[in-house]
Design a binder for this molecule. Structure first.
Ligand code: NAD
Ligand code: MG
Length: 387
């Protein structure tokens, strides 16, 4: 469990706890929330726990020893990579948020694990190399992002032969439109982090909540879908669906359109990927269609949500463009959460970084990290100039 204390981490532990005969937790990781991680260790008794630094590790090790637990505490990126690739591990939930998840997620991929991918930023950054590593190692990559999990469920098992070969015309990626779908444009300048994080349908971590409000989340998901399903960006269409009941659709050449529906609760895709190809109880209530009564659809508004246009552009450019888009977005979202910038400036920072930095081919992972670094420097520079 990479990112055990997060929103996806806790939902995953909830599903796992329902099936003690099937699953045992081998390792739990967190960045800094030592007390929360200690609580999770007491409950799930992992062999390993990983935290960011030596001080947090010492604190955690002392708390676990007091409780009589033999859990070993490891530190930092090396610790994350060690547990992700450990021979006793079958499956890795990659649920760290942002670029910080790339190295440990890749370690799990390279070790040939069953990788449950929530950390979309890792795939967005390193797409081609990530998918090459999956093929080389024989890792089984299963999408946790609800849309991609839905698409996976709507595709035939042999979709890796190519979408054209299995008769797929388009992937229809649904989006709720977030909390600002109908906010008057003039008011977007004044929206707060609290408003941005108050998602109408989903309860999630703060970074992805802001991404949902800007629709950068859908932009990242567009890129994620292109890599997971080997689709050109032109085959992926974004459909705004405010109820978040249909989690995405696949449109076939014979006119059939398959959709996956469910209550908006991440325990459904998590349980699906954990048990695949079997099905297990996730704790999610059955869908009540009569209570939902109607499903609405709209085209996305790229004027209101320029991040979507920027992400599509990065997807089309390829190379280091998606890594730079992601890095600039991470800096911009953090600045917005810290109230250093206004909401519409998130897109402006990303636009600035993408127009100022050259897009380069990605031959090795070092190119990705270098593009990430340069984009962050450029975004910070924009922030400092503004201040
Ligand atoms: P979160 O902020 O709630 O949790 C993030 C987790 O990552 C925490 O356990 C934290 O300790 C850990 N972490 C953060 N920075 C770290 C670092 N530098 N090093 C090591 N660990 C670090 O986030 P979340 O909402 O659970 O999202 C996790 C991932 O799943 C994101 O990539 C997000 O896009 C994706 N995702 C989330 C949802 C959702 O419903 N929350 C849905 C789809 C996809
Ligand atoms: Mg999603």
């Amino acid at each position: 469990m990479l990112g055990a204390t997060g929103s996806i981490g806790l939902s995953t532990l909830d599903v796992i706890a329902r099936h003690p005969e099937r699953y045992a937790v081998f390792a739990l990781t967190a960045f800094s929330r030592v007390a929360e991680l200690a609580g999770l260790c007491l409950r799930h008794r992992p062999a390993f726990a990983v935290v960011a630094d030596a001080a947090a590790a010492a604190l955690l090790q002392a708390q676990l020893a007091d409780a009589g637990l033999a859990t070993r505490v490891l530190v930092g990126e090396a610790g994350l990579a060690e547990v992700a690739a450990h021979p006793e591990v079958d499956a890795v939930m990659a649920a760290i948020v942002g670029a910080a998840g790339l190295t440990p997620t890749l370690a799990a991929v390279e070790a040939g694990k069953k990788v449950l991918l929530a950390n979309k930023e890792a795939l967005v950054m390193s797409g081609a190399l990530f998918m090459q590593a999956v093929r080389r190692s024989g890792a089984q990559l299963l999408p946790i992002d609800s849309e991609h999990n839905a698409i996976f469920q709507c595709l035939p098992v042999d979709y890796s032969r190519g979408l054209g070969a299995v008769g797929v015309r388009r992937i229809l990626l649904t989006a709720s439109g977030g909390p600002f779908r109908e906010t008057p444009l003039a008011q977007l300048d004044a929206v707060t982090p609290e408003q941005a994080c108050a998602h109408p349908n989903w309860s999630m971590g703060r970074k992805i909540s802001v991404d949902s409000a800007s629709m950068m989340n859908k932009g990242l998901e567009l890129i994620e879908a292109c890599w997971l399903f080997d689709a050109p960006p032109s085959r992926v269409e974004v459909v705004v669906h405010p109820q978040s009941v249909i989690h995405s659709l696949v449109d076939y050449i014979d006119g059939s359109v398959l959709a996956q529906l469910g209550n908006p609760d991440m325990r459904t895709p998590i349980a699906h990927a954990l048990a695949w190809p079997e099905r297990i109880d996730s704790g999610v209530a059955p869908l009540d269609l009569f209570a939902i009564a109607r499903l609405d659809f709209q085209a996305p508004d790229e004027q209101r949500f320029p991040c979507l246009r920027l992400a599509r552009l990065a997807a089309e450019q390829g190379g280091t463009a998606p890594a730079m888009l992601n890095a600039a977005n991470e800096v911009a979202v953090q600045a917005f959460l810290e109230r250093r910038i206004r909401f519409p400036e998130i897109a402006r920072i990303i636009d600035h970084v993408l127009s100022a930095e050259a897009v380069l081919p990605v031959e090795q992972l070092a190119c990705v990290f270098e593009a990430d670094r340069r984009a962050r420097v450029r975004a910070e520079h924009w922030l400092n100039r503004r201040a």
